[in-house]
Design a protein around this ligand. Structure first.
Ligand code: GLC
Ligand code: GLC
Length: 814
């Protein structure tokens, strides 16, 4: 069953029933001020860091589901009935409910009691605030006397502390109300130089800032006592739980529409100018007032919305495709690109499944995310690369995570994930392929954020590669460390104590357990690094990388091959993991996908065999599971992977992040049908019809779909923030459609289904717009190109230096 539909024209997903199987969310903001918003207006906002600068309160895993949000209430002041146009929190029967999730905005509304109301939520570009534009229309034949109420609950900034430290927090809350604007200033008296504000465009009939006064004793957001009474109480919060609520009276003639704008924002003052007058405790509002005034003006609010639209038009305009498959088109042109931007902005910090307090930005995650958004925001990609590299350790190892506010490595998690450093090479290489900005390699970057330790970025890449070389195990394969890409394959952990972190507890020295996956990554990264080295004229160095790659390739064939597929690893006892000799976990996806993707065994049939085995043992109708058979019990020597019940997460779930590795691997063997078939199995748009099973949003990828061994086979979880976004985008665009960035220019190498007559695409690359059309004249993947009508040799179109703005490429596949 479907809960809505795609409106591709407007780049929106329109939800037509509020009771979705799970809250279906969207993101507001794309620079510094962010929010998540569900289809019933649940969610919260924060400035830069979802843990340390959280503006509004949200209750994770609470009942009812999705509690805390940007709630609007309407009250009919004649009949005294009230409701929420976004359904939550009052959950009254509505007609014509719709939620339109678009690019950086969400509009939710409905009609009830003859009153139509919609709220459009978005964050203007360049601002640290969000707008709620509420429009109310009287659809009755008689005059309507209404009250409209806004409401939010302030979070006391540090979301972790907010949810735990009640003995202090119930006494710290402070607000000011001036000219109808509610200022939240908890802790402003001491070390904070920032405050939040909540303003309204219309004259107020009342306000509340103390939660108890608004909700009433023992009542929830579904039935605030002050809304029921039709009169807010002008309460001022002292301690307890500061909120913001406004009341506006509306008199509407039949057919009449009125708009109310609410502005919720974050503002900082210089330390020396916090107070006004200076020796008082009153917030200095000189610089914030003009900002508030600006956005309470409907014309300015509309103009800001138009700007946001144009921003997304131009971002998405960088790559648009038209293929015979509508699901491919929709994901590539709209939603997958959009999701890539969200993963770039959020890493894995804030979603419906990531609480915003748990994790910083992952080193490996952020580098992989680059693959999906570097073409949309190269300058921000550059900044991210330099930030990440600056947290790298002098050994070439990496902190597993860094904190976005401080930009420093996270000591609590530390390092020792031996795949991490290689991803920096992959990320930097993707950046240079997109931009041709070779200068980035000469940027001076610290190690471990230590002043004085600066070296060119290129030095960081050299150390990344050497890090593995200096850490080879008994078979000559890379040592795994705490874990490789699979955070849950913890071969040195040996944890028997509940509550210990599988990622940070290490009980073995780690000199034995090796990873075939890292070996594949080593081969890929080594080739990329060699290409960078030879471009810098370092011929001998490039040759030495290639010779290490060749050695590793041999080691993998010798010690990483199980006869029909690639092994996954060796454990701390030197025993095989992912082998036919194992009782459980005989075959894994990661090493098979990645070794082939990296090019191991392409010539001698090994790669083909590995993919056949993957198909035979791991492929299901909902995607490719991580391994088989699942672990039926906990294995001390394997760690977290065996902590999950069969079919979930890393224990034989369909971990969508690694499916594209197999998709790319299939294209490397020229298998367009197989590649696109795998792609479609996990494509959320193609799964829209099975919404009741899939449960997550049909417009974005989820990290996991339950595997065939789970009772809920086919059910998705952990949507939005996952490496799945970047990898699928990269797989479909660069490997199936074959519009590939290379150091030498744009390569055209499609490996598309046999049944496709072709496709067209527009790609803006290094300042030139390429109009690409591909036409199939035979069954194979051989391509002959004409560029601007002239036949050319090869399939790489070198960048144009002569100011050309548009180039047309025609390719014939045979
Ligand atoms: C999560 C982590 C990612 C890891 C994956 C597999 O998605 O964010 O870093 O590679 O799980 O364990
Ligand atoms: C858990 C998850 C894994 C994730 C890790 C991050 O182990 O299963 O997917 O990568 O947490 O800390």
């Amino acid at each position: 069953m479907k809960y809505g539909y795609f409106d591709d024209q407007n780049r929106e997903y329109v939800i037509t029933q509020p009771e979705t199987p799970l809250p279906w969310i969207n993101y507001l903001g794309c620079e510094a001020y962010f929010g998540i918003i569900s289809n019933t207006a649940g969610g919260y906002s924060f400035y830069r860091d979802a843990r340390l600068r959280r503006l509004t309160r949200y209750r994770y895993n609470n009942v009812p589901f999705d509690t805390g949000g940007r709630y609007v209430y309407l009250r009919d002041d004649d009949s005294k009935s009230f409701w929420s146009p976004s359904w939550q929190p009052t959950r009254h029967q509505l007609s014509g409910y719709s939620c339109r999730h678009g690019m950086g905005y969400t509009t939710i509304g409905s009609t009830a009691n003859g009153i139509e109301a919609h709220t459009r939520y978005f964050v203007p570009l360049g601002e640290n605030l969000e707008l709620w534009q509420l429009t109310v229309t009287n659809r009755r034949t008689t005059r309507a006397s209404l009250s409209a109420f806004s409401s939010i609950e302030f979070c006391l900034w540090d979301a972790q502390d907010d949810a735990t430290n009640f003995q202090r927090n119930f006494s710290t809350g402070q607000v000011e109300v001036e000219d109808g604007v509610i200022y939240h200033k908890t802790e402003y008296r001491e070390r904070r130089n920032h405050f939040a504000y909540f303003a309204c465009s219309e004259p107020l009939a009342g306000f509340d800032t103390q939660r108890d006064a608004f909700l009433g004793r023992y009542r929830g957001w579904d039935s605030p006592t002050a809304v029921a009474a039709g009169q807010l109480t002008n309460s001022i919060a002292h301690g307890w739980s500061p909120i913001g609520a406004h009341q506006v009276k509306l008199e509407l003639e039949p057919g009449e529409t009125k708009q109310i704008i609410f502005v919720l924002g974050y503002h900082e003052n210089p330390v020396a100018e916090k107070f006004d007058p200076p020796n008082s405790q009153i917030i200095n509002k000189k610089t914030v007032k003009p900002v508030i005034a600006k956005y309470l003006d409907p014309a300015k609010a509309d103009a800001a919305f138009e700007q946001l639209r144009q921003y997304w038009d131009s971002l998405l305009g960088i790559l648009q495709v038209s293929t015979p498959d509508p699901h491919t088109n929709r994901m590539v042109n709209i939603w997958n690109a959009y999701q890539c931007m969200a993963t770039f902005n959020m890493s894995r910090s804030a979603s419906f499944y990531e609480s915003g307090i748990g994790r910083g930005l992952g080193f490996r995650d952020s580098n992989q995310d680059l693959l999906g958004f570097v073409h949309m925001a190269p300058a921000r990609a550059r900044e991210r690369i330099l930030d990440l590299a600056a947290t790298q350790l002098p050994t070439g190892g990496a902190y597993h995570q860094y904190q976005p506010l401080t930009k420093r490595g996270n000591n609590d998690i530390g390092g020792g994930f031996n795949d991490d450093p290689h991803w920096l090479i992959v990320g930097v290489s993707a950046y240079i392929k997109e931009t041709g900005d070779w200068g980035i390699l000469d940027e001076s970057v610290q190690y471990d954020n230590e002043p004085g330790s600066e070296k060119p970025l290129y030095d960081h890449l050299q150390r990344s590669f050497r890090h593995s070389l200096e850490r080879l195990g008994p078979h000559g394969l890379p040592l795994i460390g705490r874990a490789d890409w699979n955070d849950c394959l913890n071969l040195n952990c040996f944890s028997d104590t509940p509550g210990q972190s599988f990622q940070t507890t290490t009980n073995k020295e780690g000199k034995v357990a090796e990873s075939v996956f890292i070996a594949g990554l080593f081969v890929l990264a080594g080739r990329e690094l060699a290409a960078l080295a030879s471009h810098r004229g370092l011929t001998a160095e490039a040759a030495s990388y290639l010779s290490e790659v060749a050695k590793m390739d041999l080691v993998v064939r010798k010690h990483g091959w199980d006869g029909e597929w690639f092994l996954r690893a060796y454990d701390d006892f030197g025993a095989k993991i992912g082998s036919k000799e194992c009782e459980e976990g005989k075959i894994y996806i990661e090493s098979n996908g990645f070794c082939v993707l990296a090019g191991i065994g392409l010539e001698d049939g090994m790669a083909a065999k590995a993919l056949d085995s993957t198909r035979k043992h791991l492929a299901t109708k909902h995607g490719i599971v991580l391994q088989q058979p699942p672990y039926s019990k906990y294995y001390l020597n394997l760690g977290e992977i065996s902590s999950y019940p069969p079919g979930y997460k890393e224990n034989a779930g369909i971990f969508c992040h690694n499916n594209p590795w197999v998709i790319i691997a299939e294209t490397r063997l020229g298998h367009g049908d197989e590649a696109h078939d795998y792609y479609s199995r996990i494509n959320p748009s193609a799964r829209e019809e099975i919404g009741d099973l899939h449960r997550c949003e049909p417009y974005v990828y989820a990290q996991m779909i339950a595997g065939k061994d789970a009772p809920s086979f086919g059910e998705a979880k952990n949507s939005w923030l996952t490496g799945t976004a970047a990898w699928n985008y990269y797989a479909i665009v660069q490997w199936i459609l074959g519009i590939r960035t290379t150091l030498g220019g744009l390569e055209i190498a499609p490996v598309i289904p046999k049944s496709w007559p072709g496709f067209t695409a527009t790609r803006v690359f290094r300042g030139v717009t390429y109009k690409i059309s591909i036409e199939r004249k035979g069954d194979g993947n051989r391509i002959a190109l004409t560029v601007d009508g002239k036949a050319v040799d090869g399939n790489v179109v070198a960048p144009y230096a002569n100011g050309r703005k548009e180039v047309s490429i025609h390719g014939i596949l045979s």
